[in-house]
Structures are given as C-alpha cells and as structure tokens.
Ligand binder design. Structure first.
Ligand code: TXA
Ligand code: MG
Length: 348
C-alpha cells in the first residue's frame, strides 16, 4: 500500500484534501491525523472491519480498546448510552481538549472498537485541522496514537510515517502536536468522584474544579494490580535502548548523570542524554537531546517522544534522562518516562 502524506497549509484552501481524507475513512481506510496531544490513527469507528485494520497496522493486542474521536457532544451522543450530571459538566468544562471519558456505549459501537467492553472512550480534540477532518469524515473516528504498539507516540507527521509507511492510506501533516503527551483518561466512579485511568494534559487540580473527589486508578500509583485502562498494563512509550531517569535539583542530577555517563563510556557504550540545557552544559556528551530548561515540564512534555525517538536513529546503547516532579502535567510526563524506562527512576 502506498501511504500519501498531505500537508495542510490552510484549512479552507486545502478543504479538497480533507474531503479526500474523509472519503477514505467512510470507505473503510486508515488516515493518520494531528491532534493537540499526539497524532492519531483514524478509521471509521462504527465499522468493525476498519477498526480491525487499526490493530493490524499498529500490531496492537486486540483486548486493548480504541478511543473514539468526535467533534462535539452531539457526536458523542450518537455512541454513548447515557451521561451522568458529572460527565456532562466535565465535557462542558474540558471539551474540546485533552480529556477522554470512559462512558457506557450504545449497541452501534462494534466490539472491535471497545475490545469487547460495555464502555467506550470518547475524546474531542482541540485542534482545528482535526476538527475539520472529523466534520468531513462524518462518523466517529477510532483514533489510537499512530505509533506501532509499544513505541513512543508520534508528535510529528515524519514520526508517523516512520512507523506506518506502507501500512495506512494517508497521513495529514498538521505540524508538531503542541502538548506532546496523550490525553487524560477518566471514568466517573461516583456522582461526585472522578478516577484518572491515565494522567495527561488535564491535571487532577483542573478536574477538582468540577468534581468533589479526584483519585488515581490504584495500579498507576502502586504499580500492582490491573489498571482500568487496558493499555496501561503493556510495556509502552519505549525507545529501543534501556533508559534510566534521574529526578532532583540541577546540581544533583548533573552529578549523577555525569557519573553514570562516565561509567557507561568506560564500558564502551554509546550513551544518549535526554536532559535540560543546564545538565547538558554540565556533562557535555556527544549524543545529547536538550528538551528545555530545568523543571520546564511543558517543554519536556512537548519534546519527550521526539527525544526518545531520536536515540533510535542515533542507535545508542543506553539513555540517561532527566525527569521532573510528578505534579500537574509532570504526573503525565513521569508516568510515560517511568514506563519508557521500565520503572527505572532514581530520585537524587
Ligand atoms: O491523546 C490521546 O488520547 C491520543 C490521541 C491520538 O487522541 N490517543 C491515544 O489513544 O492515546 P491510545 O489508543 O494510544 O490510548 C487509549 C487508551 C488505552 O490505554 C486504552 O486501553 C484506553 O485508552 N481505553 C480505551 N477504551 C477504554 C475503555 N472503554 N475503558 C478503559 N480504557 C480504555
Ligand atoms: Mg497509544
């Protein structure tokens, strides 16, 4: 299959290209599209066969359900059996935006989209090109991240092409995704209680503006038990090389990374650094990806996956990374870094 890449300069001028993309979706094909979090891999969410093609293209286990992407509340109503007051209030406050809600599904949603669950995850992206694409498709678009299973999610069209070339019909290039980590996934577990199944751009503090109580799905905190979001149990976000993450003050992180760097060099290893400018200045390594200034969690979220993927190109043997405090958006970033590092996070 030939994968075509279309570059969007102006939505109105390029409307014809989006119409083509919408047509591919309605005909059962696969189109990758930009969102404010990461690129999604789209198929008609009401078409069992099209959804199955997503699993094939990603190499994804079939018990890991897909998110359905909709342009607005009306789009969600077509596939959701009912909404509680709290769910409606959350949608009103955070859509369009990086919040995905797990809701009871209607019978029209195929098992292939839900992994056989009686719930469906709904997301409404805050991204003009994505919105125009969804309007043209005219159906809910199943949209998991557009990476091969276990790999870091793509935040540029080039990264999508790297994983999906020859596997999908089209990629809509809308530039770099500005948040850089996937949406927050929640489930309402009581009339006033929200449970976070995957941390993301909508933080616990933001959710607490609407819900009385906000809790984290226990397996995410304790690292034991089965997470409510099936995808959180898999190895994920992982670069090819093993990674160790250091968190602490600039001085301590710089000292620890310098020491680990020299030890790895002494073993003849090719080392990649994923660090702040301050630590890069202090260590001076050959393969260094600088994500921003120390503690700048927005910059780290934005650069994390591109940084991880750069080390696959550089073919390093080990990655030494600098993390941030697990608070606010940092909770999402450190959740992904911890998974990418197989749990290897050291507080210094
Ligand atoms: O930001 C995002 O959410 C991106 C962009 C492309 O929209 N999408 C994304 O999709 O991250 P994906 O498939 O990579 O992650 C979806 C997660 C998986 O962990 C899956 O297990 C969980 O959502 N999920 C989907 N449906 C669910 C359901 N009914 N109940 C619980 N978890 C569900
Ligand atoms: Mg994913």
């Amino acid at each position: 299959m030939k994968t075509s890449v279309i570059t969007m300069a102006d939505i109105e001028q390029d409307r014809g290209l989006l119409k083509k993309a919408g047509q591919i979706i309605r005909q059962g094909g696969l189109v990758a599209f930009p969102t404010e979090t990461v690129y999604g891999l789209g198929a008609n969410g009401l078409d069992e066969r099209a959804c199955k093609r997503i699993y094939e293209a990603k190499g994804r286990p079939s018990d890991n359900p897909l998110i359905l992407t909709v342009p607005d509340l009306a789009g969600a109503t077509a596939v959701v059996a009912r909404f509680s007051h709290l769910e409606k209030a959350l949608i009103e406050r955070f859509w369009p935006g990086p919040l995905t809600l797990v809701l009871p599904r209607k019978a029209c949603v195929p098992d292939a989209a839900t992994g056989g669950l009686d719930t469906v995850a709904l997301r409404c992206p805050d991204h003009a090109i994505c919105q125009a694409f969804l309007q043209e498709a005219g159906v809910p678009v199943a949209g998991p991240s557009a990476n091969r299973s276990t790999r870091p999610s793509p935040t540029t069209a080039a990264e999508v092409l790297h994983d999906m070339d020859g596997r999908i019909d089209m990629i809509i290039d809308g530039g770099m995704c500005h948040i850089g980590v996937e949406s927050t996934i929640i489930e309402c577990t009581g009339p006033a209680e929200v449970t976070i199944l995957r941390p993301g751009g909508v933080t616990p503090t933001m959710l607490a503006e609407v819900a009385e109580s906000v809790v984290l799905d226990a397996p995410l905190v304790q690292g034991i038990g089965t997470p409510k979001a099936p995808g959180m149990k898999y190895r994920h976000y992982a670069p090819n090389a093993p990674m160790v993450v250091f968190v602490g003050t600039v001085e301590r992180v710089a000292t620890s990374i310098r020491q680990a760097y020299q030890e790895a060099l002494a073993k003849g290893q090719n080392v990649g650094l994923l660090v702040s400018q301050e630590v890069a200045d202090a260590v001076a390594a050959e393969h260094c990806y600088v994500w921003g200034t120390h503690g700048d969690v927005i910059a780290l979220a934005n650069q994390l996956y591109t940084g991880l993927l750069s080390f696959d190109t550089d073919r390093v043997d080990v990655i030494l990374a600098e993390g941030v405090i697990s608070k606010g958006l940092g909770l999402a970033v450190m959740n992904r870094m911890k998974k990418a590092a197989g749990g290897h996070v050291i507080e210094v």
